[in-house]
Design a protein around this ligand. Structure first.
Ligand code: GLP
Length: 240
């Protein structure tokens, strides 16, 4: 089932998505949440923090698994996704940090790290709700357009267009890592409920292609059409 919700603007989108995530945690305090980085979810985290401060949500039993991390960036590097998650979310709520998981981008053996992350995903016994954004080229997590879908956690070389899109977070383009660790398509698709948030007119075409075009690894987000419980919240000027 695909549910499309059009939001009025970024703020509305953030509140709607936060409402769905908070309902998930209220209904199941021991939820496993799949979380994302990028500019899209920042408003969602901000809203959830506000509700936490009002005592509306309790994160003490929640486990989180993040989609991805840059290779070579340590957790204390402000550009790393671990830092992002602490800074934008975890530091401000009552989550047990040992239950928050982000791939380790500075692992000595990256292949082993991927295996360990897959093992962790098995151990937590499935993601209850996955918050997801989409890249301009259709990537989800860091699953870049390719000849086939990568099923499990893997090391990926980032596309030139992704490096270009993400350079806004760095001082200069040379600072953007060239590779990342990303959860695979199978792990994402096994989430019980996926909440895709898409904001901005520039994402309109890729969103439309993902949801209504052919399912192909050249548009990784297109696989979401096959998910049994997908909620899409979007704020673009036009209706889909
Ligand atoms: C980044 C992340 C993705 C994110 C996407 C969109 O590279 N790895 O998880 O969904 O690109 O980012 P934004 O929300 O900033 O447009």
């Amino acid at each position: 089932m695909m549910k499309l919700i059009k939001a009025n603007d970024y703020n509305d989108l953030s509140r709607k998505a936060a409402n769905i995530l908070s309902a998930q945690v209220i209904l199941k305090p021991r939820s496993v949440l799949g979380l994302a980085t990028g500019s899209s979810p920042i408003g969602v985290y901000k809203q959830l923090i506000e509700w936490y401060q009002k005592n509306d949500i309790d994160f003490s039993e929640v486990t989180t698994v993040n989609l991805d991390e840059y290779v070579g960036l340590a957790p204390e590097n402000p550009q790393s996704y671990r830092y992002f998650m602490n800074h934008h979310f975890f530091n401000h709520i009552n989550i047990d940090k040992t239950k928050t998981h982000v791939p380790n981008g500075i692992a000595d053996d990256l292949e082993k790290e991927c295996e360990a992350y897959n093992h962790l995903l098995d151990e937590v016994d499935g993601i209850d709700m996955q918050l997801l954004g989409i890249g301009l080229n259709g990537h989800i997590g860091f699953n870049e357009p390719d000849g086939e879908f990568e099923k499990l956690t893997h090391v990926v070389n980032l596309n030139a267009s992704t490096i270009e899109a993400n350079k806004r977070f760095f001082e200069k383009i040379e600072d953007v890592p060239k590779s990342a660790i990303s959860m695979g398509i199978k792990s994402i698709m096994q989430a019980k409920h996926i909440v895709l948030i898409v904001s901005g007119q520039e994402k309109y075409d890729i969103l439309k292609q993902s949801l209504f075009g052919p399912v192909t690894p050249h548009v990784p987000g297109s696989i979401l059409q096959l998910h049994s419980h997908l909620t899409v919240i979007y704020s673009c000027d036009r209706e889909l």
